[in-house]
Design a protein around this ligand. Structure first.
Ligand code: MG
Length: 302
């Protein structure tokens, strides 16, 4: 069994070792729900040929990442640079508005208002243009090491898994299915922003229940099997992910796992909200599986 000391020799920093030890002393896998962000957390990058989505940093890239992800909905036949300039020239994006959003990140109400507006706007644009959903290239889909195995193990053990993304649900389901998962698995839940497609696979409408990186905590999680769960493990790569199900659990029964390439950690924001922080961009989920799955199994065998 891997110990917490051993983990600290890797690229993990146990920001809150006391809490983690206390959590593990009562933790039961069967009574837990696992909540994952998608982009940057489970998946390193995808749709690379259209939008180079790499690690998402709150204070620099995340607005652009979100924009890129939505831009590919609007047009997918050009390179990202061509796409960006054409969108700006077509007034689909106001560069000043993007800049304002980045400058105002500290103001929660402004930020959320802008984000909600942007999400709604881009979904509308995709519908107006009847964007086809079936033409996205998934060949560059790249899972974080051990992320796929962890999800597989959890589902095999009938543990509830929620994937919460402010991206596009249709594409995420497609990507998850392409990776061999059964979308009808009773323990697998995906909450994202969904387009409704016509019989030819073109966007014809969208579910107005949109979520942005900072409204993930407003999802009705009771729909997704958390009501009778005693423990939650929540993993993400941006600060908004640290609040997904937090309000539904006692602090002592929830562990927050953060993945970062270091910038947010250096800014001292990550340790404030995440109990465990991985500091490398390519950090693996194997340590998480080792501690929370195998440790529990060992305890159960005693
Ligand atoms: Mg993310």
């Amino acid at each position: 069994m891997m110990t917490l000391d051993a983990l600290s020799q890797k690229d993990i920093i146990t920001v809150n070792a006391d809490k983690l030890n206390s959590f593990l002393s009562t933790f039961s896998l069967d009574e837990s729900v696992w909540v994952f962000d998608f982009d940057g957390t489970l998946i390193h990058k995808w749709f690379n040929s259209f939008a180079p989505i790499d690690h998402c940093d709150l204070d620099s890239e995340w607005v652009l990442v979100a924009m890129k992800q939505y831009m590919i909905c609007i047009e997918n036949s050009r390179s990202y640079e061509e796409l960006e300039s054409s969108l700006i020239s077509e007034d689909l994006i106001l560069p000043q508005a993007a800049l304002r959003m980045k400058e105002q990140l500290d103001f929660e109400s402004f930020k959320n208002k802008q984000m909600n507006h942007w999400w709604d706007f881009t979904m509308k644009k995709a519908v107006e243009r009847s964007v086809p959903m079936a033409t996205f290239d998934l060949t560059d889909l790249s899972w974080r090491p051990w992320a796929k195995k962890l999800i597989q193990d959890l589902l095999e053990r009938k543990v509830q898994v929620l994937i919460i993304s402010s991206g596009i649900g249709n594409l995420i389901r497609y990507a998850i299915q392409a990776s061999g998962f059964d979308l009808d698995h009773p323990c697998l839940h995906i909450k994202s922003n969904d387009f409704i497609t016509d019989k030819n696979g073109f966007c014809s409408d969208y579910d107005p229940d949109l979520i942005t990186p900072f409204t993930k905590m407003h999802v009705d999680y009771h729909k997704y099997g958390i009501s009778d769960k005693k423990f939650a493990i929540q993993a993400g790569d941006s600060l908004g992910d640290a609040h997904m199900v937090t309000e539904h659990f006692e602090p002592s029964t929830l562990i927050n796992i953060g993945f970062t390439n270091g910038k947010e950690y250096k800014n001292n924001t990550f340790p404030d909200v995440f109990d465990v922080v991985f500091t490398q961009k390519d950090s693996s989920f194997d340590a998480v599986a080792e501690v929370f799955l195998h440790n529990t199994t060992n305890l159960e065998k005693k």
